[in-house]
Design a protein around this ligand. Structure first.
Ligand code: ZN
Ligand code: ZN
Length: 253
């Protein structure tokens, strides 16, 4: 069964949730055979979220579970603000994502030249240090695009697993779920987040997974999930995590 927990109806433009905005996402979810869709807009647009709209589209979609989440950007020092944001709504889940290193938005195409300032070993160490801090904060339910730092294909030579190991240990200790995010397939790195090697290590560590497309338009909902399921199945996963009011349970994959 498929769920898509990483969907951005407000994309990068913001605005408010309306039935007109959300319904095309539900239609696409049905087309793709999803049983559940979770809206998880970027935290800067939290004011546009609307429980009443979610409730009314849910009432008209008994065949599809609809969840309300949010993708929150983590950086050290933001913990109190994030805890406040988490109380704004009865969220089903929060995705924690690292998009910034010392105020550098490393995943933004406009700031790509910033990679030139780094030795990639140092960059990966710094990035996973932030992921580890995010896990220890215990503010989140799901780790967003775990190895986003590879987005533009910049990477150290050799095995990347050692850079992530301590972050993975922290993820396990904090009981976090890792998402398989298919958006990377359409970015310069042309690979899922996280890599199959990292997912295999997650499986060894008994870290649960869920699925996300990172859709910013309705046509991207559930994109590449057949492929994603194949990968998870091959690694050994037979169930994926789902959330209701920040309580985790599992459904079969
Ligand atoms: Zn993100
Ligand atoms: Zn996202």
């Amino acid at each position: 069964m498929y769920v898509d927990y990483h969907v951005h109806p407000l994309s990068h433009s913001g605005g408010d949730y309306t039935e007109v905005l959300l319904i095309p996402y539900l239609s696409e979810a049905r087309e793709r055979g999803l049983t559940e869709i979770g809206f998880a807009d970027h935290d800067e647009y939290w004011e546009g979220l609307d429980r009443t709209i979610i409730a009314s589209v849910s009432a008209s979609s008994p065949d599809l579970k609809i969840k309300l989440g949010m993708e929150v950007s983590y950086w050290p020092g933001r913990e109190t603000e994030i805890a406040g944001l988490a109380r704004r709504y009865p969220f089903d889940y929060l995705i924690g994502s690292v998009h910034d290193i010392d105020n550098w938005m490393f995943d933004h195409p406009a700031y790509r030249m910033g990679y030139r300032a780094w030795e990639f070993d140092d960059l990966y160490r710094k990035y996973y240090e932030l992921i580890k801090g995010m896990a220890h904060s215990r503010l989140f339910d799901i780790v967003g695009h775990l190895d986003l730092i590879k987005k533009y294909g910049y990477r150290p030579e050799g095995d990347l697993l050692p850079f992530a190991e301590l972050a993975l240990q922290a993820i396990r200790q904090s009981g976090l779920v890792v998402e398989l995010n298919t958006a990377g397939l359409h970015k310069p790195c042309a690979a899922i987040y996280p890599s199959q090697e990292l997912l295999s290590r997650c499986f060894e560590l008994d870290i649960p997974v869920t699925l996300g497309s990172d859709a910013h338009t309705e046509s991207e909902v559930g994109r590449d999930f057949v492929y994603a399921r194949e990968i998870l199945y091959r690694i050994g996963y037979r169930r994926i995590a789902v959330f209701s009011q920040r309580q985790r349970s599992f459904i079969s994959l």
